[in-house]
Design a protein around this ligand. Structure first.
Ligand code: BGC
Ligand code: MG
Length: 542
């Protein structure tokens, strides 16, 4: 057993209050060892781990690096037990994990159990074997509906894909398969026991390679209501697209999300994780309907954590933030789970831009981050937020997200490429040290990023990077706190959170407010006798 494997006696498991940094593998760092391709890779990540240790995070979550045709940039897995040649080899993965552990960083890998790629061996076998075969029963093939003169010519139900358009595609023999996401991402049938057995083996494969945990993609989607009944749709007749956004649809009660049987899967996985030494964990990506249904995923015998998207979805206001904090803590207290917090990830608009962009957006983003970092539980950061990056307005011809390709803007959604632009590390022009060579990486970087590189910000006290370093260092010095002991107060634009060892003040308004007495531990912007607008501060004393 290594030190990392020994339970921290009397202490909570590491993940309960960890800061976890999300790496979007294609866009973090390109080593060039896989060819000068402008795409990030595993050796690139390994080479940048010391930066993350110095930043002050506890763990990394790495988005899917498995063999994949990359139609959804890795969330379409063709082989769960190998690395895509674009990103490296299994030996590179082992080196990454070992290097991270040497630096005292944990490693969480991304699991995609809801669907495979259409290039997965099981899906190819399902197509070859034909209707009624056991191979087909691992996916959700059905005969279609349709008028008497054209039976089967219409999809078996009206389900819409999260990426737009119908969630059904017809194959040559006339059957239709379900894909809640892209056409190349067929959904598995989790009611088939073979699927669960295969996945327990996949977990063991990666646990044997010493990973510390799993981020579970679409954790609320694995089971579909057995009837596969139609969903309630509200389409715009002009475009035949649903009027509601992807998030709104996902949060509504629908036959493909948040079915009760899904919890049996997580009970089984709990046992698998518990059978390994060390404190292995998993975190659910579950866009569930209410805080109470989120809490079900983190009951004591299920998953370790669930992403809590409620702050990310909240408006910029002291009251909205207060409601999120108290609502989350109350829902999780019932099951004894610790909260998680997140403001940005690879699927949403970066929070600098959500909060208005420009200097005001950045000030608000830093203030929200500092407030989040004082909350009980763990925080998830997304690569580049520590540089204050904004959402990039990627030109239509450069967009690659399947959610954009599927409808090419029919719904006004431009896709997620704008938060996936490769990271600027150094230098004054693209690729800003992201990789070797002179050219643009897989998504072009803006011409005005020279002052945002990690190198340019290092040593500049006013920079966002140095602010993150200060905040994460200060967080390490905080005494432990629990969700139950946190107090939340709202006074107009001022949100005050009181926790063990600290008061956090967040001014959501534009005008300065008086700063109460106390010692400033860290602030999100300049603080001089008062608390300026869109600024947060950690205070001790008094
Ligand atoms: C991931 C997305 C992905 C989708 C399908 C998600 O929720 O975060 O990036 O496109 O699952 O796998
Ligand atoms: Mg590369």
């Amino acid at each position: 057993m290594t030190a990392r494997d020994e339970p921290r006696s009397g202490e909570a498991p590491w993940w309960r209050d960890a800061v976890i940094y999300q790496i979007y593998v294609r866009s973090f760092a390109d080593s060039g060892t896989r060819g000068v391709d402008g795409v990030g890779d595993l050796p690139g990540i390994t080479s940048r781990l010391p930066y993350l240790r110095d930043l002050g995070v506890d763990a990394v979550w790495i988005t899917p690096f498995y063999t994949s045709p990359q139609h959804d940039h890795g969330y379409d897995v063709a082989d769960y037990r190998d690395i895509d040649p674009l990103f490296g080899t299994l030996a590179d993965a082992d080196t990454l994990v070992a290097t991270a552990h040497d630096l005292d960083l944990r490693v969480i890998v991304d699991l995609v159990p809801n669907h495979t790629s259409d290039e997965h061996a099981w899906f190819r076998a399902a197509l070859a074997a034909g209707p009624g075969s056991p191979e087909r029963a691992r996916y959700l093939f059905r005969d279609g509906r349709g008028p008497a003169d054209a039976p089967g010519s219409e999809p078996p139900n009206n389900w819409q894909s999260v990426f737009g358009g119908p969630a059904r595609t017809r194959v040559a023999d006339g059957q239709w398969y379900l894909h809640l996401f892209y056409t190349t991402q067929p959904d598995r049938d989790w009611r088939n026991p073979e699927v669960g057995d295969m996945f327990a083996d996949v977990l063991r494969f990666w646990l044997d390679r010493d990973v510390d945990g799993f981020r579970v993609d679409v954790a609320h989607g694995l089971y579909k209501e057995a009837s596969l009944r139609d969903q309630v749709l509200d389409e715009d007749p002009a475009t035949s697209e649903p009027k509601e956004s992807m998030v709104a649809r996902t949060l509504r009660d629908e036959p493909m999300w948040d079915q009760p049987e899904v919890h049996d899967v997580y009970r089984r996985w709990h046992e698998v994780l518990a059978s390994y030494p060390g404190e292995r964990m998993n975190v659910a990506e579950a866009w569930t309907q209410t805080p109470a249904s989120m809490a079900k995923f983190v009951r004591p015998d299920e998953m370790s954590q669930a992403f809590n998207f409620s702050w990310l979805l909240a408006d910029w206001s002291a009251q909205a933030f207060a409601d999120v904090v108290t609502g989350t803590c109350e829902a999780l207290a019932d099951v004894g789970a610790s909260p998680t917090w997140v403001l940005s990830n690879h699927d949403v608009i970066r929070h600098t831009t959500r909060y208005g962009g420009g200097p005001a957006g950045l000030a608000r983003a830093r203030a929200a981050t500092l407030t989040m970092l004082a909350l009980p539980g763990s925080s998830y950061l997304y690569q580049g937020e520590e540089l204050g990056l904004e959402q990039v307005d990627v030109a239509p011809e450069d967009r690659q997200d399947p959610s954009w390709l599927r409808h090419r803007g029919a719904t006004g959604e431009v896709g997620r490429d704008g938060c996936r632009v490769p990271i600027p590390w150094s230098g004054t022009s693209a690729p800003y040290g992201f990789g070797p060579g002179e050219g643009q990486p897989w998504i072009p970087q803006p011409a005005d990023w020279a002052s945002l590189t990690a190198q340019a910000q290092t040593g500049d006290d006013g920079s966002t990077l140095e602010f993150y370093r200060r905040a994460l260092a200060a967080r390490r010095g905080l005494p432990a706190t629990t969700a139950e002991s946190v107090r939340v107060d709202v006074d107009g634009d001022l949100l005050t959170i009181t926790r063990a060892g600290l008061r956090v003040l967040l001014n959501c308004g534009e005008s300065a407010l008086p700063l109460p007495p106390g010692d400033v531990v860290v602030a999100s912007g300049p603080v001089d006798g008062e608390l300026p607008g869109w600024t947060a501060v950690w205070l001790t004393g008094q």
